[in-house]
Design a protein around this ligand. Sequence first.
Ligand code: NAP
Length: 473
Amino acid sequence: MKMLLKGEWVEREKTIDVTDPFDNTLVDVVPSANKEDVETALEAAHEGFLAAKRMTVYERAEILFKTASIIKENLDEFAVLIARESSKTIREARKEASRCVNTLTVSAEESKRILGETIPFDSFPGGEKRRGYYYRFPIGTILAITPFNDPLNLVAHKLGPAIAGGNSVILKPATVTPLSALKLAEVLIEAGLPAMVLQVLTGYGAVIGDDLVKDERVRMISFTGGVEAGKRIAGLAGIKKIGMELGSNSPVIVWNDTDLDWAVESCVSGAFWASGQNCIGVQRLYVHRSVYEEFKEKFVTRTSAYRTGDKMKEETDMGPMITEGEAKRVERWVEEAVEKGARVLTGGSRKGALYAPTVLENVPESATIHKEEVFGPTVNLYPVETLDEAIGKANSLPFGLHAAVFTKDVDVAFKAAYELDCGGVIINDSTDYRLDSMPFGGIKYSGLGREGLKFALQEMTEPKVISFYLPEI
Ligand code: NAP
């Protein structure tokens, strides 16, 4: 596929292979953007902004509604592309494609709700004979940088609100999964987006990232990815807005009054969705000691029944990791935990990029797989005695995206909701619950700001005050 630069689909002599991580077959090639392309994109995005901010809200909304409707009509094509270039099974990919339809639809709807307020200037001395209001205006050029694990919907989470708010965008998708993003860009153009409003640069973050991030023509960086890249970007950005959706290590508390079968079903899915490459994937499960053995047995049985392998088969529950290198990293982390005393209850094996769904117990707090974001198909079980202990342990790491609690006791639910340090507490479902319109984001190293269309639109617009001096009133 070609990349979108200055209103044209362009190729470059230097290309990047996009391969299917299951069988290493070539899916497509994309241009490898260079530093000159960065400058072209920045200039074009400035022109694009002048076009974007002149579009009426109705025009912006129509483009987004039409894009959503084209994707809905071609859902299978999008799902196959997601499944080929990423780790996702075809069923997971279909779900992502249909979520993308919602993301764009709600972006269009929210564009019509960018509201301001009248300001009561005469409420203090000095405001006499003044009338005025504020309204939210676009920011300018937004640099959107996206990860590999949701190659379509996480791109839509940036392009949807950016366009709804009247901004231009330079998109840099993950190098391993650029195809769904390019296809989304094609549909946006087909739906009527003025071509200069969007630039899509396919290329390595290590090559083109710094020049994009540092440039003063970029007025906001909307980044989703790992903490390390996030720190580098924040360090180089200078004076511009930054939105960061980073990683986590999500805790779930399972209380002794809950429906264990539901908790198991929900948490197995939450741990192994997209092979665990999921920023809100379940990583630490704190289970009340009185139900620990029963929960463990059910959890291991359900995990062992997971069908792994060919992503394109309907019956497959879990596909490979994004690369063999990533699967080897998870293998090393499990081995390290075992050396330090952890027990593997099921899984713990690797075949190429496919790492088996793995359940561990007795994982020491010094183990990497306890402390860091695993971003792979493994989950740790820990027995706990009291709610304070569970909440304390859940809060003990420097991440805070989602946390979850399974209980029928309203007191337990409320205490957990108020005391868990994170951006969202999910009651009676796993941490892997997200509705695209809810505020989404983390505290501590999990991020800065919120996505979720209404909330992203707030971040991607800024208020401007208009004040009239009216001596005759
Ligand atoms: P990553 O390695 O941090 O890469 C994310 C994106 O940043 C890619 O497009 C990458 O480009 C780019 N990048 C890397 N270094 C850069 C630099 N110096 N300047 C500019 N761009 C740079 O993350 P990933 O492996 O793709 O994704 C996994 C991470 O994303 C996990 O930590 C996960 O938790 C997080 N995530 C968070 C959320 C959320 O909403 N909170 C959602 C999904 C994923 P290249 O591909 O060219 O390296």
